[in-house]
Design a protein around this ligand. Structure first.
Ligand code: PHE
Length: 369
């Protein structure tokens, strides 16, 4: 082995150990300068090539180039190992704790309509009522005619109805489509499909062309129907008293049945509950200082008219019964102190945060409160 090739072998050992000893990127950079820099060791040896014989220069030049490549490759390897190490350290120290709980977010609430409906269903289910369904789009016959509102009857005018565009091929005027003005149409559908005894409630959206603080074009009703051989007005009164006391959670609630007219019942009545308006607020169940109540109307009811039973194929000489209907928003407003009906449908989440119900903690009779 010549001196030069010995030198090169030594240099290789030296540079290899310098590069391998570099344990961070800046000492590796330093090692790179020492090995390959302009004033580095390999360059230094390169400079001696000029003074060599042609033969020696060729061999040494080749050996130095190989050394340069080897050391260059080794530096590259070491560099990526160090970079990976830096990244691993970062990953170990800068982890994101994904188990951290989220920031306090807006919590969803149950809408007062859903809440109230669930309470109503629970109360009536306890009394043995089952739930029937109808559809929002009705025809004239189910919404009016079968309920003893013959065509041209002035009582039709009491309900400002949304009619659907007429079908020019439809000759039957009773088939005219409309948005149901009350849930009473479901009484008809139910009686046509079921034989007495009947004890059902139904509920859902109803529509009238009205808009002010206590009326919106769409609102909800809950309707009840009981048909049997001996059902009488006493049952009607007892059932509605039980219902009102359960719903308002007040025993001995003052109530009055005030005669009223609905074509599909006879006799018909409106139910008022006692309240006090003294001191500005409304207190349900309270009497005034003189012991008398103010009255608040909450629902319509009556004994099902024989003509209605007949339109459903039920013999009024054998069967009789009662029906009642109420506005769900109205009784929700009374129980939960909501002053303006229109706000129910504004979709304002601040309103829902205020008047809505916590899905997991609804303290009332229906949910074991
Ligand atoms: N359908 C009546 C209304 O919308 C309410 C009612 C139902 C009255 C059943 C009597 C019996 O005003």
């Amino acid at each position: 082995m010549t001196d030069m090739s010995e030198n090169i072998a030594e240099l290789k050992t030296e540079l290899t150990s310098i590069v391998e000893a570099a344990n961070d990127l800046s000492s590796l950079e330093q090692a790179k300068i020492t090995a390959l820099g302009k004033k580095g060791k390999i360059t230094g040896l390169m400079k001696t090539l000029g003074s060599m014989s042609a033969e020696e220069r060729k061999m040494t030049g080749q050996a130095l180039n190989e050394l340069k490549n080897e050391i260059g490759a080794l530096i590259g390897k070491q560099e990526s190992a160090l970079k990976r190490q830096v990244m691993d350290e970062k990953l170990a120290t800068e982890t994101i704790d994904v188990t951290l709980s989220t920031r306090p977010e807006r919590q969803g609430h149950i809408h007062p309509i859903s809440q109230t409906l669930e309470e109503l269903i629970t109360i009536f289910a306890d009394m043995g009522f089952s739930v029937a369904e109808g559809s929002d789009i009705e025809d004239d016959w189910h919404n009016f005619t079968a309920l003893n509102f013959p065509p041209g009857h002035p009582a039709r005018e009491m309900q400002d109805t949304f009619f659907l565009p007429e079908d020019p091929d439809e000759k039957d005027e009773y088939a005219k489509k409309l948005l149901r003005t009350h849930t009473s149409s479901v009484q008809i559908r139910h009686m046509k499909e079921n034989k007495p005894p009947i004890r059902m409630i139904c509920f859902g959206r109803t529509y009238r062309s009205d808009y002010d603080m206590t009326h919106t074009p769409m609102f909800h009703q809950l309707e009840g129907l009981v048909i049997d051989e001996k059902t009488h007005m006493g049952h009607l009164k007892g059932c509605l008293r039980d219902f009102c006391e359960a719903y308002f959670e007040i025993d001995n609630l003052p109530m009055q049945f005030r005669p009223s007219f609905f074509p599909f019942v006879e006799p018909g009545a409106e139910v008022d509950i006692g309240c006090s308006r003294e001191g500005g607020g409304l207190k349900i169940g309270a009497a005034k200082e003189n012991g008398k109540s103010d009255w608040l109307e909450i629902l319509g009811c009556g004994m099902v008219h024989p003509n209605v039973l007949k339109s459903c194929g039920i013999d009024p000489d054998v069967y009789q019964g009662f029906a009642f209907g109420m506005g769900v928003e109205r009784i929700a407003m009374l129980k939960y102190g909501i002053p303006d009906l229109r706000t129910f449908f504004d979709s304002d989440t601040r309103w829902l945060d205020h008047y809505g119900f916590d899905p997991l903690g609804r303290p009332n009779r229906a949910f074991g409160g």
